[in-house]
Design a protein around this ligand. Structure first.
Ligand code: DQA
Length: 146
């Protein structure tokens, strides 16, 4: 049983991209932290980023056969646009937590709607990179209750 962390478009630029919204941590440092947290609990954590909707959908479909028990996803801009990515998550029926680095509700109106939130177990936004850590901790607790 493993956990998949999915990052949507432009998150490969973290560290330099609009740090006032997204912080100074790079994606590599965030992923390194998450994988380390998984190692401490003996739970494999795989991180995958893509700028392509198609690749994210294909990666979600692959969870049907790869042992993924929980998903943590920041769909990034696809949050506000992608029925296809939403349908992929609904189709594989894997529980997931939705994460956003920034507080999307304090930003432009077009960021207030998410195609994912009503399907998610829960949503974390505005807590920066630590939002991923809290989401992962929650997912690990679901797989390994204390
Ligand atoms: C984001 C918020 C989205 O509105 C934006 O398009 C992103 C990142 C966040 O993590 O705060 O790319 O998902």
């Amino acid at each position: 049983q493993s956990i998949l962390v999915l990052h949507g478009p432009n998150l490969n630029l973290l560290g330099t991209r609009e740090p006032q919204h997204y912080g100074a941590d790079t994606l590599a440092s965030i992923n390194g932290k998450l994988v380390g947290m998984g190692e401490e609990r003996g739970i494999p954590v795989e991180c995958f980023q893509s700028n392509r909707e198609y690749e994210l959908i294909e990666r979600i479909h692959a969870t049907l056969a790869d042992g993924t028990a929980y998903i943590v996803i920041n769909p990034a801009a696809f949050t506000h646009t992608s029925v296809a990515l939403r349908d992929a998550l609904a189709g594989v029926k894997k529980p997931f937590v939705e994460v956003h680095l920034s507080n999307v509700h304090a930003r432009e109106a077009f960021r207030h709607h998410s195609y994912f939130s009503d399907l998610a177990t829960g949503v974390i936004c505005g807590l920066g990179a630590r939002g991923y850590e809290y989401a992962l901790r929650f997912a690990m607790d679901q797989l390994q209750p204390a």
